[in-house]
Design a protein around this ligand. Structure first.
Ligand code: ZN
Ligand code: ZN
Length: 344
């Protein structure tokens, strides 16, 4: 089980984040934002494998590359494309879908499930390629099978492979959605404990680690009956799964700094914007962006494992970007630029 990631785009350009959750049995790719040239940096097959496209917000530098993504996926046959974003996502996507001439769409596959993340609810609309994306099917329309989803805490997706969470941040007069991916807790058998207790390994061990098996179930070991729950208490060691968060285009308010820190607490990897040098803090505040040191302080206070800086402003020179990295490191030493950025 692992979470791997690639920041798409160069320093000073539009950036996006490609993430793959690998359960060992299946791969789950996600794309966070889709600025100019970002989707084009993925292979076509990688683009077509994206299960969730997650927008922070719709400033141009975060959506300008969407047409490339759409072109590779508009009629994809097997699985729907899930799109997530802030308020207005359904309208923005609908206009995007309809911004082409459609006359050969009849009978084509393609289903787009578009969700708007609000503070306490999620709105959903589904679009079909065979309808030329004409109708937004919502729970308030005639399509009863699309029931409204309840917003459960900050959780958008919760399945066996990973949990996708969201936090609504402040980007001036519009929200910017932060996302966090968390793998399920890892449950392993303590082999030293197993031999101390004199139990022989066997297929019964998978029942002990499988959360779908009830505590009350009984297994026979050397003709002695044991409750699975009791065996779990003695044998299972669990540790948190890997986690990664993506935050971009925001300013922390007095009101949301503490909840964001609590939400990010202990996250392995924080991929975060660092649009401005700390000397330009007034400018950052005016534009509802972060500075290097503010991001470093966020990483430090949230106790993350590592901080990866992206979305640095093109107003700076390469030398200044290098200095920006050092600024963040003075606050949070385990900070880097994405692999492949020739800045250091
Ligand atoms: Zn931006
Ligand atoms: Zn923005």
């Amino acid at each position: 089980m692992s979470i791997s990631y690639t920041v798409l785009g160069e320093p000073g350009e539009d950036n996006a984040l490609h993430v793959v959750v690998d359960t060992g049995q299946s791969l789950h790719p996600l794309l966070f934002d889709c600025g100019e040239g970002c989707a084009a940096r993925l292979r076509v097959s990688e683009c077509q494998a994206i299960q969730h496209l997650c927008f922070s917000h719709f400033h141009m530098d975060h959506i300008a590359g969407f047409d490339t993504f759409f072109r590779h996926n508009y009629n994809r046959p097997e699985s729907p494309v899930n799109v997530w974003g802030p308020e207005q996502t359904i309208d923005v996507m609908h206009h995007r879908f309809r911004g082409f001439s459609w006359n050969l769409h009849d009978g084509q596959s393609g289903e787009w499930r578009v969700r708007e993340i609000q503070e306490t609810a999620i709105q959903e609309a589904v679009f079909f390629t065979t309808e030329a994306f004409a109708k937004a099917h919502t729970h308030t329309g005639d399509d009863k099978k699309l029931a409204p989803e309840r917003r459960r805490a900050r959780v958008l997706v919760d399945d066996a492979a990973f949990q996708l969470q969201a936090f609504v941040l402040n980007h001036g007069t519009i929200p910017s959605i932060a996302y966090r991916i968390v793998e399920p807790e890892r449950r392993n058998i303590d082999s030293a404990r197993l031999s101390d207790l004199g139990f022989k390994p066997g297929p019964w061990l998978s029942k002990v680690t499988d959360t779908k098996v009830a505590d009350a179930e009984i297994v026979l070991l050397d003709n002695v009956a044991h409750r699975i729950g009791a065996l779990r208490e003695q044998l299972v060691v669990s540790r948190p799964g890997a986690s990664l968060a993506y935050l971009t285009d925001f300013a922390l308010t007095e009101h949301d700094r503490a909840p964001v820190i609590e939400w990010l607490n202990g996250t392995d990897t924080l991929v975060c914007e660092a649009q401005y040098r700390h000397a330009d803090a007034p400018l950052a505040a005016r534009n509802y962006h972060m500075t290097t040191q503010l991001v470093g302080a966020l990483a430090r206070d949230a106790g993350v494992g590592q901080l990866v800086l992206q979305h640095v402003s093109s107003r700076y020179t390469t030398t200044e970007w290098r200095e920006m990295l050092e600024e963040a490191r003075t606050v949070f030493p385990n900070t880097s630029f994405p692999n492949g950025w020739r800045v250091e």
